[in-house]
Ligand binder design. Structure first.
Ligand code: MET
Ligand SMILES: [Zn+2]
Length: 781
């Protein structure tokens, strides 16, 4: 179509955001969905509640300064996940859920939820991490025969609903290339089949979708193509730039279509910008990515400069942001101030955090404050003088951080500066191994768990009562000790070799530590979507980190007093604490990680001094923070591995350091895992039937390893025979003296009935396979 920005009937926008939180300020979406799932609400009333969240969102965005009629307000709602939305829209519902699709191709909220959550033995779509965030999307299953067509018009109806309400919004849809790059080959596809090979077939569905939006009155549609910034998503795709080019040539050739804004959040996609051809708009991530070296790709286009970080919770440097936007002005037809990513990753509104220190609150920008920032920048683009006072106020808010007490603690800085390489290393593994064998006297194939035991209703109730003040500190601690007694006794009865305390005191493995360390703050309403209806409330790491008092030592020593077996202390590692918090942006992550590491190092020393001979430092997020660009990965692994070593290397030879990682792609980060230098590493392995053992054997990994023998993500109880067979295959590929026997992960989401039975089978199986080992074989450490 020949329409251009300047001849448009719509006024040109000056500011926008790429997307807004969908959960609702009081988690209305979650509550509505859960009521539907539990049968407490019907479909119609649930739809009404979700519509109310959407209506409140457009009003809010409008009140914050995004105009009602220029398409700058995104229509970015999703009841569960935007990738699932796209799958349903283009008819990519797996065969096993075909009965959920109506005659007309649409899927109602009940069917939609079922695809997301599974039904009986029918597994839901797999879930995996969305770029370098803590959001998880559902992975489309695409096969050679997936019948793409524009099937479900939910997104179009949502756009129309806002329009009827007086708001011309900009629908946001996952772009076709990214949709396929993020998909996996459906079961039964031939070897080597890649979903991206179906791009041409998929485009027909997108053409119809775009036509439907145009017919409903949409002037702009945003297509999100972040797949192009990720090396792992694009790996192995031949000629991707040409594929992108072909796809966008086809979409832009469509008659009567809305204008297209292609967004590439989460990084740098400059290599692909030319391939978007005639699209009218590009939205660039100028926080993670950079201005394209060749500005000619921007000529004639509306360019949304993503200068406000959609991914953190700090006030932006607006003066710098404005300067970046100004650099675009000569190259683009029209420059719009924007966020780097959707605001999906940040909580709604700082002003509700009335319990937060007021000074800290002044440094923060949640979603609503970030909208105000882009609006302000948009105004500044037109007339900087008119907003001079506001820009100055914003700069003052940032500057205040530099001098506030606690942001820089000289004693922390001095301690870090004085570290020598010795602080990062332990004795040779052989020396440690001998000292630990001597100290611990464990049998071959020692059995243990990953740390948490089921978080029962009673535990959650007691914690809630204590938080409310209905249960006093002494009463709560007494309750926790009784809980530990129970868990210890159960482990003794089951015959587990290394005992844990069960983590009843932890609401969350990161938040708990954040609450005990200085330099962190926790919010009241700062929920962000983790996946579907699940939210997390990440702590804010704002200052230099110190440990005012021992954290886990009382629980571990109490546990040791209740058993004669070795007790394993349980800490969360520095990388995971950073990954699951909002982290200060005024110094390198590695420096912050080392501060957390020092606090943990002191905790390890105190545990050791209290006689705890085994300490596990969990790092489930080690791979999660891995940069999207291969070129950046080595530097990341350097600092992340170093911080783990700093946390643990103070331990004496006889103290056994464990770590735990929650995934089975051991091969991808094997050097890093080796670099952690832990004495024992437990890892998820059951679902892949111990495939990981191949990687371990090939890499010649020589220290202790506990490949999970059962999947804790479902209540299914593995039989003893099943665990025996896994262990036999383990013993077949890795020397028995290295092997440990444990579940895939912590048990906190499980119930006691299945946990007890599963662990019983685990112990039985370990005994069986232990008896099969050649006598005289050296035992595990
Ligand atoms: C996500 S990893 C969890 C490790 C923790 N120690 C637990 O058992 O729950
Ligand atoms: Zn885990």
């Amino acid at each position: 179509m020949s329409q251009t920005t300047t001849s448009s009937s719509t006024p040109a926008w000056t500011a926008t955001i790429l997307g807004y939180p969908r959960i609702g300020p009081d988690r209305e979406t979650k509550k509505a969905l859960e009521a539907l799932w539990s049968g407490k609400a019907d479909l119609a009333s649930t739809e009404e509640q979700l519509a109310a969240v959407r209506a409140a969102t457009v009003r809010r965005l409008n009140a914050l300064g995004l105009p009602a009629h220029d398409a700058s307000i995104p229509s970015s709602y999703s009841a569960y996940d935007q990738v699932l939305d796209a799958a349903v829209a283009v008819g990519a519902v797996p065969e096993r859920f075909a009965d959920l699709v109506g005659q007309d191709g649409t899927v109602d909220l009940v069917g939609y939820s079922t695809i997301a959550r599974g039904r009986g033995a029918q597994a839901p779509l797999e879930m995996t991490k969305w770029f370098d965030t803590n959001y998880h999307y559902l992975v489309p299953e695409i096969g050679p025969d997936t019948d793409f067509r524009f099937a479900d018009d939910r997104g179009v109806r949502e756009f129309a609903e806002a329009l009827a309400d007086g708001f011309l919004t900009r629908p946001v849809v996952v772009g076709p290339v990214t949709f396929l790059l993020l998909a996996k080959a459906a079961d039964g596809s031939s070897e080597g089949f890649a979903p991206i090979s179906r791009l041409d077939d998929l485009l027909g569905a997108y053409e119809d979708l775009l036509a439907a939006y145009a017919a409903a009155g949409a002037e702009w549609v945003q297509l999100d193509e972040p797949g192009l910034v990720s090396d792992s998503a694009t790996a192995g795709v031949e000629g991707l730039a040409d594929l992108v080019r072909g796809a966008y040539d086809r979409l832009t050739a469509l008659a009567g279509r809305p204008r297209l804004l292609v967004a590439t959040p989460y990084g740098d996609a400059s290599g692909y910008l030319a391939s978007f051809g005639e699209v009218e708009g590009l939205a660039l991530d100028l926080v993670k990515g950079a201005l394209p070296a060749d500005r000619s790709v921007l000529a004639g286009k509306t360019v949304v400069g993503g200068v406000v970080d959609g991914h953190n919770i700090w006030r932006g440097d607006l003066v710098q942001a404005l300067a970046t936007l100004r650099q675009l002005e000569g190259s683009a037809a029209h420059v719009v101030a924007g966020t780097s990513t959707s605001l999906l990753h940040v909580p709604h509104d700082v002003s509700r955090e009335t319990q937060l220190d007021e000074r800290l609150r002044g440094w923060l920008a949640f979603a609503d404050q970030k909208v105000a920032e882009v609006v302000l920048l948009g105004k500044a683009l037109g007339d900087a003088a008119s907003v001079e006072a506001e820009l100055a106020a914003s700069a003052a808010g940032r500057a205040d951080r530099l001098t506030a007490p606690g942001v820089v603690r000289p004693e922390v800085r001095d301690r870090l500066a004085a570290l020598t390489p010795e602080a990062f290393g332990r004795s040779d593994y052989a020396v440690r191994r001998a000292a630990q064998d001597e100290a611990l006297h464990l049998p071959a194939l020692p059995t243990t768990t990953i740390g948490s035991f089921p978080q029962t209703t009673e535990i959650r109730r007691a914690r809630a009562a204590w938080t409310r003040g209905d249960l006093d500190q002494a009463g709560y601690e007494e309750f926790l000790r009784t809980e530990i007694d129970r868990v210890v006794q159960l482990q003794e009865e089951l015959g587990l070799d290394v005992v844990v305390h069960g983590e009843p005191e932890r609401n969350d493995m990161v938040q708990y530590f954040a609450e005990q360390l200085d330099g962190f703050a926790v919010t009241q309403h700062g929920w962000v979507q983790s996946y579907g209806s699940r939210g997390v409330r990440p702590p804010i790491l704002w200052g230099d980190v110190t440990r005012p008092a021992p954290i886990t030592v009382p629980w571990s020593t109490y546990t040791a007093s209740r058993t004669t077996k070795p007790v394993k202390g349980m800490l969360t590692g520095p990388v995971t604490i950073l990954a699951w918090s909002f982290v200060r942006d005024d110094q390198p992550l590695g420096d912050t990680a080392n501060q957390v590491a020092l606090a943990l190092r002191d905790e390890v020393a105190d545990l050791e001094a209290a006689g705890i001979g085994i300490v596990q430092v969990d790092e489930p997020a080690l791979r999660e923070l891995l940069p999207l660009k291969t070129a950046d990965q080595a530097a990341y692994l350097d600092w992340s591995v170093a911080s783990f070593r700093l946390a643990t290397a103070g331990a004496g030879d006889a103290t056994q350091i464990h770590t735990h990682l929650c995934y089975s792609e051991f091969g991808e980060v094997i050097d890093a895992i080796d670099g952690l230098d832990a004495d024992v590493t437990s890892i998820e392995a059951a679902r892949s039937r111990m495939e990981v053992l191949g990687d371990i054997a090939r890499a010649g990994f020589a220290r202790g390893i506990g490949p999970g023998v059962y999947d804790i993500h479902s209540p299914r109880v593995p039989s003893t025979e099943e665990v025996v067979s896994l262990l036999r295959s383990a013993v077949g590929s890795v020397p028995a003296r290295q092997l440990w026997v444990n579940p895939d992960c912590g048990l906190k989401t499980r119930g006691y009935a299945e946990t007890t039975e599963s662990l019983r089978h685990l112990v039985e199986a370990a005994r069986t396979v232990r008896a099969e080992l050649p006598t005289g074989a050296p035992v595990a450490n």
